[in-house]
Design a protein around this ligand. Structure first.
Ligand SMILES: [Zn+2]
Length: 252
């Protein structure tokens, strides 16, 4: 079976000592298609050779909304533009708004989000959107700056998911669905069309098990949970999710 991980940080320092083993494990399990999110030079440099080596590995670059505290200069956008023209990423991301962890940089976040959507439009790239406690502003900005892409680690309402889908977005779910108490994502998974659903780990972050370093191969547990919620065979889910992943990148 072919699995995807629509959002992971494979270039993270947390994998520096054993990245090759992590990749071997995921490929062994059938996780052959991933989006590698790079929000730092380190992560980009670690991910670039992987994109060249593995055909299913996509590269996404961006300035993260949580990362504007110390430097929100326009120069950062110029640098991102240079990275796009020299490295040719497959996606812009993750970009968006995080009013939960960084409420005091709201205005800078909006500015950088809009600027990155405009870069995505200019280079005809999809976007990987991070939105926390900011859904109204996220949706308003996406409407004003039409792109396509993914709403990552979705935890909002059914109504909001439908509105994002209407704007051309896929809704991606992470490890939170593994917890029986997570009612909202379960409702959304049951409601949205299968043609709009994606699955991700956000590894090494968002580990479902305390003390366990999250890895892309762990995405299979999330597939299992989602196939139960949708009441379909995991093979059917894997086929649909892979088709969604390919559709997103084939459009370029
Ligand atoms: Zn992430």
């Amino acid at each position: 079976m072919d699995y995807i991980d629509a959002h992971c940080h494979l270039g993270s320092r947390q994998y520096d000592s054993d990245r090759t083993d992590v990749i071997e494990r995921m490929l062994d399990q059938g996780v052959r298609n991933v989006i590698m999110i790079c929000c730092s030079r380190h992560d980009l440099q670690a991910s670039l050779p992987l994109r060249d080596r593995y055909p299913g590995f996509k590269l996404a670059c961006s300035i993260h909304p949580q990362d504007l505290e110390n430097d929100s200069s326009e120069e950062r956008l110029q640098k991102l533009n240079e990275i796009i023209t020299s490295c040719h990423p497959d996606m812009i991301g993750e970009t968006g708004l995080d009013y939960y962890s960084h409420p005091h940089t709201r205005e800078q976040q909006k500015h950088f989000f809009i600027a990155q959507l405009e870069l995505a439009r200019r280079y005809h790239l999809p976007v990987n959107v991070h939105s926390r406690k900011a859904s109204a502003d996220t949706l308003a900005i996406l409407k004003e700056h039409p792109c396509e892409g993914i709403i990552h680690s979705y935890s909002g309402s059914v109504e909001m998911a439908r509105l994002y889908i209407k704007e051309g977005y896929y809704i991606s779910f992470g490890a939170s669905v593994l917890f029986p108490g997570s009612k909202k994502p379960r409702q959304v998974i049951a409601d949205i069309p299968l043609e709009r659903l994606l699955i991700e780990t956000d590894s090494p972050y968002q580990s479902p098990v305390l003390g366990h370093r999250h890895e892309p191969e762990d995405v299979i547990r999330i597939y299992e949970a989602i196939s139960q919620i949708r009441n379909i065979r995991i093979e059917q889910l894997a086929e649909a999710v892979l088709a969604n992943f390919n559709r997103l990148f084939d459009k370029k």
